[in-house]
Design a protein around this ligand. Structure first.
Ligand code: AMP
Ligand code: MG
Length: 299
């Protein structure tokens, strides 16, 4: 049995054992940033390459400021507006306190304050925690404790129920005002808060570690289609199970990874019907995850 209490989790973290903790986005595999052996274990458990940097989780702006070179006005405004919440900010790091192992030798660090009392309690007890999603590299992220038990059986998990947001945070390079990964906090949300234009460079960033095309993939191949005829032509009698994205992006994001996992290995393909409304801005995070999860996209 690998469900543990938050107190047991804090004890394990203090001993340098990574544990899975709930956040509002997805479950994270956490370890203290000042224990590099524990950070190495995160990469080993996930089979994650070392050139894919980790997000560091903090309680608030004050803690974030200790880990960066300087908080710009934009950084402060965004923290005040969206933290704790699903927005990760990338800026120049404090080179003394943030080891190159966390940032894949880069000069910047990605920071976020998660909206989860359990996670914040753990940070209060052991300090800033690095925490990538608690899944094997390139596989579907976990939005429930049972997903980790199924795919990382050696890892202890604090069960915080189903994650409220359900997909990973929006990542913003706050010095260049560029979106590195879309999420449920939209470009307009950020632009309106700062009164500035925000660039969406996510699509051009396929060379950035962690932005590979084939992320979030279930075992069964996912096919996205607009016309039923084209789908039938493609399937040539092979079986498929349909995943309905619905009309509400928030509800869709919350259940997306659970649905992908539930429908995995049930048929020859998982099919997703694409509607024009899914190209609207508030669906961008979901569209990005589906592009990466899918093997075929038929317009
Ligand atoms: P996750 O696996 O959800 O924790 O997301 C981690 C992702 O954040 C990485 O795969 C990178 O794409 C991104 N990231 C983390 N640190 C940085 C950084 N310093 N600069 C740019 N992107 C980063
Ligand atoms: Mg991940």
């Amino acid at each position: 049995m690998s469900i543990i209490s938050i107190h047991q989790a804090i004890d394990l973290l203090k001993k340098g054992e990574p544990v899975a903790l709930p956040t509002e986005t997805v479950y994270g595999l956490a370890a203290p940033i000042n224990n590099l052996k524990a950070i190495e274990k995160i990469f080993e458990i996930k089979k994650r390459p070392l050139n894919d940097p980790l997000i560091v989780h903090v309680t608030n702006l004050d803690m974030a400021e200790t880990l960066i070179s300087k908080a710009s006005i934009d950084f402060e405004k965004l923290c005040k507006k969206f933290w704790p919440g699903p927005l990760t900010l990338v800026t120049e790091k404090n080179k003394t306190l943030v080891d190159d192992l966390l940032t894949s030798n880069g000069s910047t660090v990605a920071l976020r304050s998660p909206k989860s009392n359990l996670f914040l309690k753990a940070i209060d007890a052991v300090g800033p925690l690095a925490a990538p999603s608690a899944n094997l590299f390139k596989k579907v992220s976990p939005s429930k404790a049972e997903h980790i038990i199924a795919s990382l059986p050696g890892v202890c998990v604090v069960d915080g129920g189903a994650c409220e947001v359900g997909i990973e945070s929006t990542i913003l390079d706050v010095d260049r005002l560029k979106i590195l990964r879309p999420g449920m906090i939209t470009i307009s949300d950020i632009a309106n808060t700062l009164g500035k234009t925000i660039l969406n460079q996510e699509t051009e960033l396929s060379n950035i570690p962690g932005a590979e095309k084939d992320h979030y993939q279930p075992t069964t191949k996912v096919i996205v289609y607009s016309s039923k005829d084209k789908l039938e032509e493609f399937l040539k009698g092979r079986s498929h199970t349909g995943l309905d994205l619905g009309k509400d992006p928030r509800a869709c994001a919350k259940s997306l990874y659970s649905n992908l996992r539930e429908q995995d290995q049930k048929a020859d393909f998982i099919s997703i019907k694409w509607s024009p409304e899914y190209n609207l801005e508030n669906w961008l995070g979901i569209k990005n995850r589906i592009e990466k999860a899918s093997s075929y996209w038929m317009d």
